[in-house]
Structures are given as C-alpha cells and as structure tokens.
Design a protein around this ligand. Structure first.
Ligand code: PLP
Length: 462
C-alpha cells in the first residue's frame, strides 16, 4: 500500500523536466495519479521537502498542490499531509464514438463492474490472526514443495465446509485445490481433450470459453431461459453450468431441470461441470444445494474464494467424480502447478476456526442490503432479472433503448459496468441489458454510485 513517500523514503518517478516549470510539474503529478503510481490516500511530501528535492521554489510546489486540490486530484487539510484523493483519480469518461462494452474500472469514478466482491471488506484481521497461528505452529515441512492437490488440512477443511454449506458429496481424497475457476477450466480442458467439445450456457463468461478453446476444446452454446439451462437442447459430451445463480442472467436451475440434467448425464455418459461461483450468497431463502449431490459420479464441482474473500488469492477447488481424481491431479501437475501452501494453510485455519463462515454471513447481509437499495432506487423502466442472490444483477432496458445508449450514458457519469451483449455466444435477437456489480464499490462509494447509475438510466429511459 502507498504511504508517505518522504517519510518512508520511497521513490516515485515523476516525469518532469525543470524547464517545464509549474504547468509541467502539475501535469507530471496528474499523470502519476491517473496511472496510479500515486494511489488514493498516498501522502505527498511537504511542499518544503518536494521543493528541496526538485531544486525549485517552495511557492511553485504550493501553487501546484493548490491547483490539483481544486481539480479534485488532491486533498489538503491544515496540519496534515496533502494526500491523493480517492475519487480524484478519474475525471469523467467522455462518451466514445465507438463505445466499448466495458468501461475499464480503473478509469471510472464509480466501479459497478460485475464479478467482484467489495475488496475493502477483505477480513484482514481474521486473515492475519490465522496466518499468525499457522506460522507459529506449522512444522518446517510446510515450506517444502507440497502435494499438487493442496495440503491435506485444507482438503479436509474444504470437504467439511462444502458438505455443510453446499451439500456437496465428497471427502478429502476427492478434493483437488487449484487456482480458481479459470485455472480449473484450463486443467479440465486437458482431461476432457479426447471429447473435444464442451458446451457453455448462452450467455456465459467469455473468458472461460476462451480458456476452453485456448486449451484445445471447441465450444458450443446452449440456450438459457427463466428456468436455467434448456437441458433438452444439450448435444455435447460435457457442459459447464451455473445452477445456483446463472451467470449473468441470475436465474436458478429449476428442480425439474436439475433432474433432467442429471438424467442426461447418466443416459449419455455426459459430464456436468458445476461452477458454484456465488452459491453462498442467496438472500431470500436458504441456498439450494449443489447439483453435484444428485450425481456425484457425473459432476465436476468447482468453487473458489474469488467472491467470498478476494480474487487475488487465486484459491479454488475441484471435486471430480472418483474416477477423475487421478486424471485431474495429473493434469494439474503437468501444468507445473505447485500449491502455494502458506495461503492454503491460512484458509484451512479460517475454515476450521469459523472465521470464514462469519465473514461470509456478514458479507451476505451487506450484499443483500445493497441489492435491496439498488432495486428500490431504479427507475421503473428497467427490469431486474433473476433471483435475490449474488453480487450482480442484469437490468433489462426498455424496448427501443439499445445497450450502446445505456453504456454511453453510464460512461458520461464515469461508471464502470458491462453490457449484457458481451456474454452471448450466438449473436442477434437478444434482449438489451446491462450487468451491474453492486458488491464491487467500497461502502462509502455505494450510495453515490447508485445515484449516478439511476441518473444515467433516467436520462436514457425518460
Ligand atoms: C461465472 C463465474 N464463475 C467463476 C468465477 C470465479 O473465477 P475465478 O475463481 O477464476 O476467480 C467468476 C468470477 O468472476 C464468475 O463470474
């Protein structure tokens, strides 16, 4: 994390030449802030220290700081260091001639990109105390190369957690720890290579489809309706599904479709890859358990901590049918993967101490409130899809309003989110919508982000 650069002696590259004087220095600072070389909250050197460093008059630095504070880049306050402002790093994004389907979250003032938890809610204290316990108690062997399936204590803790919270049928020998869903996809593509083809829900996340094709599989799309995957249209040896909360449309796989899916797998020797990416976050009732429990020998269950803790941890798990445990382990080892045991042991400690469950419960409550507040604030002209669950919601636009118009309007308010169009496999005749990640902004930015969103939606749907 950035801290005071003068007191800690950290070096910051300022692209500045003395001949460019005050305007040049202001530009160099703006650039450093926009490019996040000076992140939000960073304390700048005192005017005296910077003037001395750069060999210029102190008054020049004072005026540059004042200009940048007026522009919203810096926060000044009497008796405290001048700091980089949180929102000042992102001046409003102008509408583009050729709009993209995504505003890059780092360019935007309000980050409503789907797929992220609120990163500021990471349970630092719980992680730290679990890390302390692990480091105090672990034998030297934990610093060696470990089992490619992950340390036994994590596999044991996960087996208990998945059975308890998601109804997964498993035991520690069946759990393979990996680096998240996308990594699992790359590994499973090696295992499924002989089949050659993998079906995905249409719509679904294009990055995972790209991982499958990049690893030698061909990809087909299967339609989704308000009951989830249309199982009767399946015509591939294996399929990736999001039964708890279809991504991105937000439906749950209906009981009859769950039965149909497991029957399809049994009848055709088919394989179901269950992406249980946000199964912990059901708000209106207890979550429906994993499909895996209905057909454990025909389902490869996959989950990760990307929504519950943080995507940067890169920790996920695969629970394959018994017959595929060894092929999955071998495919994982063949990629050169060695489990980062230290983080795995910390997660195991959090799972056994109950601090993981406590964090998930607290986040569930927080995201439920956010979802309620978002839906209450929306103009009636947009239609939210799906069940009360998860970290994102699809908003259908009124007929006649194209996604590009909504995207340009939210970009004018400097909001990052995604167009629904990005997720379809087959083009044409699709409903127009946007995908809003209400879990993403930190707590203090949630209300203004929602206000900006509703303003932009009112502007286009009036
Ligand atoms: C549908 C879906 N599945 C899974 C994940 C988690 O992916 P990973 O575990 O690779 O971070 C995401 C994250 O955005 C997702 O949107």
């Amino acid at each position: 994390m950035w801290e005071s650069w003068s007191s800690l002696g950290w070096d910051v590259h300022l692209d500045w030449h003395p001949d460019t004087g005050r305007p040049g220095l202001a530009d160099a600072l703006r650039r450093a802030i926009r490019e996040r070389r000076l992140g939000p909250g960073t304390a700048l050197p005192s005017t005296r220290a910077l003037a001395k460093d750069l060999g210029i008059a102190r008054g020049t630095v004072t005026r540059v700081y004042a200009d940048l504070a007026a522009e919203g880049y810096l926060l000044t306050s009497q008796g405290a260091p001048t700091r980089v402002a949180a929102g000042g790093t992102a001046p409003a994004v102008p509408a583009r001639e050729h709009p993209r389907t995504t505003t890059r979250s780092r360019d935007a003032r309000w980050n409503l990109s789907p797929g992220r938890p609120d990163l500021s809610s990471f349970p630092r204290a719980a992680w730290l105390s679990a890390a302390r316990r692990v480091l105090l108690e672990a034998p030297p062997g934990v610093f060696d190369y470990g089992d490619p399936r992950g340390p036994a204590v994590l596999r044991e803790a996960l087996a208990r957690y998945l059975a308890r919270s998601r109804g997964v049928v498993t035991d520690p020998e069946r759990v393979v720890v990996c680096g998240g869903f996308n990594h699992a996809m790359a590994v499973l593509a090696q295992v499924l290579r002989e089949d050659g083809e993998l079906a995905f829900e249409d719509p679904s996340l294009p990055e995972f489809r790209a991982t499958a094709t990049g690893n030698g599989l061909s990809v087909t799309g299967v339609r989704v309706d308000e009951h989830g995957l249309v199982v009767s249209e399946l015509d591939s040896p294996a399929v990736v599904v999001t039964p708890a909360h279809q991504f991105p449309l937000g439906y749950t796989l209906a009981p009859a479709r769950r039965t149909a899916l497991t029957r399809w797998a049994g009848r055709n020797g088919g394989l179901v890859i269950e992406d249980d990416y946000d199964g912990e976050f059901r708000f209106d009732r207890r979550p429906v358990g994993a499909v895996q429990a209905l057909a454990p020998e025909r389902t490869i269950y996959v989950g990760s901590v990307s929504k519950t803790l943080a995507p940067s941890l890169r920790i996920g798990w695969i629970v394959p049918p018994r017959s595929l445990v060894e092929p999955v382990r071998a495919a994982l080892a063949a990629t050169g993967w060695r489990a980062p045991s230290m983080d795995h042991l910390i997660l195991a400690e959090m799972l056994t101490s109950g601090s993981y469950d406590r964090h998930v419960r607290q986040r569930r409550l927080a995201y439920r409130k956010r979802r309620d507040r978002l839906l209450a604030a929306l103009p009636e002209s947009v239609t939210p899809l799906g069940i009360s669950a998860g970290l994102h919601v699809v908003l259908l636009l009124p007929s006649g309003v194209p996604e590009e118009d909504a995207f340009a309007a939210v970009a004018r308010e400097s909001i990052a989110l995604e167009q629904l169009g990005r997720f379809w496999i087959r083009a044409g005749g699709r409903p127009q919508g946007i995908v809003v990640g209400y879990a993403t902004p930190p707590e203090h930015a949630f209300t203004p982000a929602i206000e900006a969103l509703t303003r932009s939606l009112r502007a286009i749907t009036r």
